[in-house]
Design a protein around this ligand. Structure first.
Ligand code: AMP
Ligand code: MG
Length: 491
């Protein structure tokens, strides 16, 4: 009897990155694991990719742990460099494999990458593996970011390997399947520039433009137009992070995608209490990547991108340098424009007045002074917009009541009913974010084999703006006295 044909999951791979000059990658297969098991599969992401979820579940463990490679994939590990905490290093996918690019039925292209799939030529001293907790964490936070409307890589699946990974202690090993517009980083350009092969950089630039900025393909000075476009997307992205209290944690240039998506979730987390100095990463001792430092760091990283592109700008190095400097110098004002627009929306402001920025800064200062919760404060304001008597404004103390009076006076100077304002604020101020204590709770249970808390957090963060009884437990910060939250980089 013939063996049944395996169901076709709908893979439609192209491998355009693997057609670039070979210096940019190494052909490498994922390393098979002993006892693969599918832990979670993202049905909406699968559907968006044009994949059949039932067929994926059947192929499941072997596919998502890297024991089998989908038809049409040409697995590679990508080479890149990066400034890590300010210092230049050669890196590359040390524990990730790009399977290829899935073409969706409607013609979009997505990288499908396995993370934690074993050693590669770029592993240096690492084991090429990842632990279950951090992979589920990336799954949760990236889903949360997506639900908040913030450009991000997505997570298709997590599979366990049946093998332990040794970190501070032995942990269950896992592989995350990541979906991204691409994995081209600022560090990829740094790598191509550092190699000094004149063919590399133009090939990489054309590839990145074709994938992410086709509108600049016809520009006279493609490198400058590309830089300008990346700066604009990054300014918008970092503003979005700041407006939801997201701290990336490791904004090295190798963790910044030129597509403008949030990528490489490591020791990232969301603010509970508002404090610009907040860091979560155990390895960020100087606070280089603290919440409040993120716009400045993005600016710094983009200057590294500009430097990598210098050789491509027509008209000689000196002219190129001057042009790049003036483009880079636009980052702060672009960031500010996106940030202020988002700040106005958070406050329910539909018109523009010169005092709006200060009004926003004043409520941030109040939060900082009192340790108020960032997300809950803005969510609460939405209800205040509609209240006849601003009861909880008063309950939060005289300083907040005074600020509220100012804010309500400002709202009164714009058209639109209080109900409209409240509804508009409710669309931009989330009730639910992936709170650190809830995420940790879920990961601890998952490590012990109980996925129910993970599923509950996932359900709550997927509907961040919905006022439902189910998401009530996910709206508040941790109880006082739990100590500062830390994520560890032994991911
Ligand atoms: P990350 O901090 O996760 O962005 O990783 C920085 C660099 O270290 C990248 O080149 C990773 O591929 C590499 N890396 C991180 N963890 C491991 C590991 N367990 N084994 C090998 N390489 C790793
Ligand atoms: Mg990285």
């Amino acid at each position: 009897m013939l063996a049944p044909t395996p169901p076709d999951a709908g893979w439609q791979f192209d491998n355009s990155y693997a057609r670039l000059p070979e210096a940019l990658f190494t052909r490498t297969m994922p390393v098979p694991v002993s006892a693969p098991r599918l832990v979670v599969l993202n049905d909406p992401v699968a559907a968006d990719l044009g994949l059949d979820t039932a067929a994926l579940r059947e192929a499941g463990a072997a596919l998502f742990a890297g024991n089998e490679v989908p038809p049409g994939a040409e697995p590679i590990a990508q080479a890149y460099a990066g400034h890590q905490f300010g210092h230049f290093t050669n890196l590359g996918d040390g524990r990730a494999i790009l399977l290829g690019e899935q073409l969706t039925p409607d013609g979009r292209r997505f990288d499908i990458q396995l993370k934690g799939s074993g050693r590669t030529p770029y592993s240096r001293n690492g084991d090429g593996r990842a632990a279950l907790g951090p992979m589920l964490r990336e799954y949760l936070i990236s889903e949360g970011m997506h639900a908040l409307g913030i450009p991000t890589s997505r997570s298709l699946a997590v599979a366990t390997t049946g093998e332990a990974v040794l970190r501070e202690r032995p942990l269950p090993g896992a592989v995350l399947t990541r979906v991204a517009a691409s994995h081209i980083r600022v560090g990829t350009f740094e790598y191509a520039a550092a190699l000094g092969d004149p063919a590399l950089l133009p090939a990489l630039l054309d590839h990145a433009i074709a994938r992410h900025y086709p509108e600049v393909a016809a520009a006279d000075d493609k490198a400058a137009a590309f830089l300008d476009a990346v700066i604009e997307r990054q300014a918008a992205l970092i503003a979005r992070w700041m407006l939801v209290g997201f701290v990336h944690g490791v904004m090295n240039t190798d963790n910044m995608a030129v597509s403008g998506e949030t990528i490489d979730y490591g020791p990232c987390a969301f603010l509970d209490a508002y404090d610009p100095a907040t860091t979560f990463s155990s390895i960020d001792r100087d606070g280089r990547y603290a919440y409040g430092s993120q716009p400045g760091i993005a600016h710094w990283n983009l200057a590294r991108l500009a430097e990598s592109l210098l050789g491509l700008v027509p008209g000689g190095e000196e002219a190129a340098l001057e042009a790049a400097k003036s483009t880079i110098a636009t980052f702060p004002e672009r960031f500010e424009r996106h940030y202020l627009a988002g700040a106005r929306a958070k406050l329910g402001l539909t018109t523009e007045e010169p005092g709006d920025r200060e009004l926003f800064m004043a409520v941030l200062r109040w939060m900082h002074e009192t340790g108020a919760d960032f997300t809950a404060t803005f969510a609460g304001l939405a209800t205040q917009a509609e209240a006849d008597t601003p009861a909880s404004c008063g309950a939060a103390g005289a300083a907040f009541a005074a600020w509220c009076t100012q804010w309500r006076a400002r709202l009164a100077r714009q058209p639109g009913s209080p109900a409209d304002t409240a509804a508009q604020m409710g669309r931009v101020n989330p009730l639910v974010i992936p709170r650190n204590h809830r995420v940790e709770e879920a990961l601890t249970a998952a490590e012990a084999g109980d996925l129910a808390p993970f599923e509950r957090v996932l359900a709550a963060i997927r509907r961040p703006f919905d006022d439902t009884p189910d998401n009530q437990p996910y709206r508040t910060g941790p109880l006082a006295g739990c100590g500062p939250y830390r994520t560890f980089c032994g991911t």
